[in-house]
Every structure is written in structure tokens, then in C-alpha cells.
Write a protein that binds this ligand. Structure first.
Ligand SMILES: NC(=O)c1ccc[n+]([C@@H]2O[C@H](COP(=O)([O-])OP(=O)(O)OC[C@H]3O[C@@H](n4cnc5c(N)ncnc54)[C@H](O)[C@@H]3O)[C@@H](O)[C@H]2O)c1
Length: 251
């Protein structure tokens, strides 16, 4: 389905990222895994051992020079760029808005929104050189509705949806599709951290009741939706925000 497509995945060693990388590798993609820290070397080795074509590039997506390096590494390694899953993210502090510091705000907006702009800026430049591509950005169900004590995260994830639509319009005529996925609550390290944070635990308990499917999602279930959006099977789909949320947004 993605045979020989060159695809960058950010946040590649996290819950959703690592599961998606495995789904994309099984579909035949050539992958650049990007994440902060060096854990991605192990994941790249594991996948290469299973026959996947992949490289890890240590990348802080909130740094413009690191993002430029991530994209140029993909192009120099594989000669082109066909797809990207801009998925790196950090969670909110779990505090009401007036208690947030400017640095709390900047941290979440910097990784969850500004970095998506930075990644698309360099990815789209590379895709224009090779005739098109497909980008999927990770927003959240909280990109459409709010949740208590999450204003910096809610604002950033709403922003990702706007940015996705704007980019879809700008590049629709140049064969570049841009879509967003909106996960509900997915069993990942981010959710495990939130579950163990006393400031967030009460809110987490309310969350489970909010999924009509009556469970949290698994990272692979997000990866399958990303695979479809990245593939030519979704060739007439652009500018959409696809919930993968167990019905969260249907309530
Ligand atoms: N898990 C959920 O319930 C859920 C729901 C909705 C949206 N999301 C979004 O899905 C994405 C993945 O989240 P996850 O649940 O897998 O979390 P996770 O914490 O398991 O993974 C996030 C990954 O992003 C990486 N990262 C963080 N800051 C980075 C930076 N500056 N540069 C590069 N990489 C960085 C982390 O190292 C980590 O590997 C995030 O954007 C998150 O907001 C998650």
C-alpha cells in the first residue's frame, strides 16, 4: 500500500508514533524516524532487523535547524519525500488557565503547534521538488472540543486543525494532500503519565465514560488510519480532520 514511499514520522518512539512506524513499515514504506533523545536508534535497529528500510534522526521538532536537518536527511538518504506524519507532542500541565506561566504555554504551543508548522514548511518544500505528497498532522479530539484544565493543549490542537486546512488549500493544486487525525484517549505513555498525575487523575476518570466504545484506543488503531491517509487510497481526501476516537466526538 505504501511500497517504497519515503515517509517521515515525528514522535516516532512514543506510543502512537512507534505503533504507526510498525504499521507503515509493514506496508512497505521507507522511513525516517524522528524523536527527541536517542531511543529511536533501538527502534530503527529492531525494524531493520525485520527487513524494514528505516533510519533514526535525533530531532527536537521545536528547533527549526533540527527540522531542516530531519527533512534534508530524508531526501539525501532516499532521494525524495512522499509523506510525513507530524505526531510529536507534549501534554498539558492540568491547571486552570490563570495558573499557567508563559513558559508552560510556550512549551506546549511550541511542540504541539509551532513545530507542526516548521515540519510542514520544510516537508512541503521537499515534496514540491518531487511532484507531491501526503501529510498527516496529529491533532486530538481536543482540537474540536475543550476539556477541563487543558487550555494550552486545547488551543494548540485547535490550531493544528486550522493549519491543516490552510495548508490543504495552499497546496491542493500541487498534488500535496494535508489531513489531521484526532485521536480520542489512546493507551500510550502520555496517558499513563496523566493517569499517575494527581492533578489530572479525576479528569482521566471522567474521560473513560466519554468513549461510546467503552474503552481507550490502542496506538495501532491510530496507525491504521494514518496509513490510509498517507496512501493513494485516500487520493481525493484533503483538509479533513479524521476522528479516531471511539465515538468521543459523537457525544
Ligand atoms: N495518547 C492520547 O490519548 C492522545 C490523544 C490525542 C492526541 N494525542 C497526540 O498524539 C501524539 C502522540 O502522543 P502519544 O500519546 O503517543 O504520546 P507519547 O508521549 O507516548 O509520545 C510522544 C512522543 O513525542 C516525542 N516528543 C516530545 N517532544 C518532542 C520534541 N520537542 N521533538 C521531537 N519529539 C518530541 C516524545 O519523545 C515521544 O516519543 C501527540 O501529539 C499527542 O498530543 C495523544
Amino acid at each position: 500500500m505504501l511500497q517504497n514511499k519515503v515517509i517521515i514520522v515525528t514522535g516516532a518512539t512514543g506510543g502512537i508514533g512507534a505503533a504507526t512506524v510498525k504499521v507503515l513499515a509493514q506496508a512497505g514504506a521507507k522511513l525516517i524516524l524522528a524523536d527527541i533523545g536517542s531511543a529511536g536508534h533501538d527502534l530503527a535497529r529492531e525494524l531493520a532487523g525485520q527487513g524494514a528500510n528505516c533510519k533514526f534522526v535525533e530531532t527536537d521538532v521545536s528547533s527549526e535547524s533540527a527540522v531542516e536537518n530531519m527533512v534534508s536527511t530524508a531526501v539525501s538518504a532516499y532521494g525524495r519525500l512522499d509523506g510525513a506524519f507530524n505526531n510529536a507532542g507534549v501534554e498539558h500541565r492540568g491547571m486552570p488557565l490563570h495558573q499557567l506561566s508563559v513558559s508552560d504555554w510556550n512549551k506546549v504551543v511550541g511542540v504541539d503547534l509551532t513545530a507542526v508548522f516548521l515540519c510542514m514548511k520544510y516537508q512541503i518544500s521537499a515534496m514540491l521538488e518531487c511532484g507531491g505528497g501526503s501529510i498527516v498532522n496529529t491533532s486530538s479530539a481536543l482540537g474540536v472540543v475543550a476539556w477541563l484544565h487543558a487550555s494550552e493543549y486545547v488551543a494548540a490542537k485547535h490550531g493544528v486543525i486550522g493549519l491543516t486546512k490552510a495548508a490543504a488549500l495552499d497546496y491542493g493544486g500541487q498534488n500535496i494532500r494535508v489531513n489531521a487525525i484526532l485521536p480520542g484517549t489512546i493507551n500510550t505513555p502520555m496517558v499513563a503519565r496523566a493517569n499517575s498525575d494527581p492533578a489530572l487523575t479525576a479528569n482521566m476518570k471522567k474521560l473513560i465514560d466519554h468513549h461510546p466504545i467503552e474503552r481507550f484506543g490502542e496506538p495501532r488503531e491510530v496507525g491504521e488510519a494514518v496509513k490510509w491517509l498517507l496512501s493513494d487510497a485516500a487520493s481525493f481526501v484533503t483538509g479533513v480532520s479524521l476522528p479516531v476516537d471511539g465515538g468521543f466526538l459523537a457525544i
